[in-house]
Design a protein around this ligand. Structure first.
Ligand code: NAP
Length: 517
């Protein structure tokens, strides 16, 4: 009997034993630095000459390890193994067996939580709380998708006339390519991989090149939990090289991608092309970027508004697809909210997140991200009024100060383009209609929040604010698996709603069988 789903609680690091456990785990991670990691294809460990060097973004001199890189030849080998495993074994495997692997994997990660949390503090520079939440979300995906599979394993009831027996079942698709981003290096990578796998597909897992080690650790966990060889194959490597090749491959049946708009639209276009030997139209599940807005009405709790803006903009240095990168504020309360946002921003601490002192923000992920964010800060200085931050330091790690721009035109570039860093732009509107118009004026539609005490305005926003995840009187980040299914409209993606009741069937196809008596 499986107990009802409940999300994984967060760790309280003000409790001395919890803090000490994580400090010990961080030390252990450091002791393991410099290790070499192989690819895993069909259970076989393959070490390549060419490797990805993985560094701590808070301290470039700390080399976590060297991860083998797949090339086109190895990618072909992985797809052949995945295809054979699908046909010979996995597509007919018992859904209960598959769900049990996820439940056991969740238990293993829960037991090794401090080690996993410590690892991602180092691999992505995540602050402690954010790292803990990332691991908790990964556990949630394992627990939730396991239960969802048990719910859909027997199909859905359809009508039958007296002379027949009709059935409607969901069956797997085939070989899925899972391409994950570095920002939720454990949660999204785990969720997208196990959703594809628990539904009876075999998987090629290509993690982001900045954070491939945590994906290797997930492989070890899945193997320990009883996953047969060849079901998930681990093939890190540059997206530009193996990515296109695998997306184009005629044996790829579907692609599950989470990442930027540019790469997502490229995959969407390439997957639409039918190649020689291909027997299907490829399915794509594509989740991309955001330009997320918090709307502040004039009848609102202004302290809550300022706190929500600051937390949503600067948690994990703004490197969340759901991060608040724009706040649109009623002109009557603009100055009050702006002043408090600046005050709160100036209180934030930035530094190396291995440090146990209360570091709120760590580094950004790499040099390319640092350069991009700093160039947007330059653009912001021309487009608005710099109110806080505006500086960075890339000497030891890639650190950017939390930055606030005020009086920004709603059409300005920093109000329209995803920056993916700790930068928020503030704009004004004269009434609630205008606030919602501005909130909707980007090509994205991922998350948004409305801070108001006016019930009619909440209902208006429910209908007119076009985002996949809309929050009232809270910030616009931190969706919980099973509670707030997550996915965006428009150029934010295919609205697949990760962690929601419809997510798994996107990895399956419905089959009708009808027997006449
Ligand atoms: P990215 O640059 O698009 O990379 C994402 C993944 O795609 C990586 O594994 C990358 O591999 C791979 N890739 C790159 N080029 C490829 C190609 N031509 N073919 C196939 N795969 C390719 O995004 P990111 O910088 O990792 O992540 C940040 C972005 O993700 C932001 O835009 C953020 O908003 C978005 N995001 C969205 C959600 C959501 O749920 N909507 C969640 C998290 C993040 P390499 O690392 O080897 O280049």
């Amino acid at each position: 009997m499986v107990v009802p789903y409940k999300h994984e609680p967060f760790t309280d690091f003000s409790v001395e034993t919890n803090k000490q456990k994580l400090l010990d785990a961080l030390k252990e991670v450091e002791e393991g630095y410099g290790k070499e990691y192989p690819l895993i294809i069909g259970g076989e460990r393959i070490m390549t000459e060419d490797k990805i060097k993985v560094v701590n973004p808070a301290n470039k001199d700390e080399v976590l390890g060297y991860v083998s890189k797949a090339n086109k030849e190895l990618a072909d080998k992985a797809i052949a193994v995945a295809n054979e495993t699908f046909e010979k074994k996995w597509r007919k495997s018992d859904p209960v067996f598959r769900a049990d692997i996820l439940f056991r994997a969740a238990a293993i990660v829960r037991r090794r939580k401090a080690e996993f949390t410590a690892h991602i503090i180092k691999e992505a520079g995540k602050p402690w709380k954010e790292a803990d939440a990332d691991i908790a979300e990964g556990i949630d995906f394992l627990e939730y998708y396991g239960r969802q599979m048990l719910r859909i394993k027997d199909g859905v009831e359809v009508e039958s006339r007296p002379i027949e027996n009709n059935r409607f079942d969901y069956i797997p698709l085939g070989v899925g390519l899972v391409i994950s981003p570095w920002n939720f290096l454990f949660a999204i990578m785990t969720g997208t991989t196990v959703a594809a796998m628990v539904t009876g597909n075999t998987v090629l897992l290509k993690p982001a090149s900045a954070t491939p080690i945590i994906a290797y650790k997930l492989m070890e966990v899945l193997e320990e939990a009883g996953m047969p060889a060849g079901v998930v194959n681990y093939i890190p490597g540059p997206g530009s090289e193996v990515g296109d090749h695998l997306v184009d491959h005629p044996k790829t049946r579907f692609v599950s991608f989470t990442g930027s708009r540019d790469v997502g639209t490229r995959i969407f276009e390439r997957a639409a092309v039918v190649h020689e030997g291909q027997k299907w139209l490829k399915r794509t599940i594509i989740e991309m970027g955001g330009k997320d807005t918090i709307v502040v009405d004039k009848e609102a709790d202004l302290e809550l508004a300022a706190q929500s803006i600051v937390q949503s903009a600067f948690g994990f240095s703004g490197q969340k697809c759901s991060a608040c990168s724009r706040a649109v504020i009623h002109e009557d309360v603009y100055d009050q909210v702006k002043d408090r946002v600046v005050e709160l921003t100036n209180e934030l601490t930035v530094g190396n997140t291995s440090d146990p002192s209360n570091i709120y923000m760590g580094p950004v992920i790499d040099q390319a991200a640092y350069d991009k964010i700093m160039s947007y800060i330059q653009i912001g200085k021309e487009e608005g009024e710099l109110l806080a931050g505006g500086t960075g330091d890339d000497t030891t790690g890639w650190f950017v100060q939390p930055t606030v721009f005020g009086n920004v035109d709603p059409k300005a570039r920093i109000m329209q383009e995803e920056i993916f860093g700790p930068v928020v732009a503030l704009s004004k509107g004269k009434d609630f209609d205008e606030l919602i118009d501005i909130a909707n004026n980007t090509e994205y539609g991922l998350t948004g929040a409305v801070i108001t005490n006016n019930r009619e305005h909440l209902e208006q926003a429910r209908e007119d604010f076009m985002v996949g995840n809309l929050y009232f009187n809270r910030g616009c980040t931190a969706a919980i698996v099973g509670y707030q299914p997550f996915g965006g409209f428009n150029m934010s993606g295919t609205d697949s709603k990760a962690g929601g009741p419809d997510y798994l069937i996107q990895h399956m196809q419905g089959k009708t069988t009808s027997e006449q008596f």
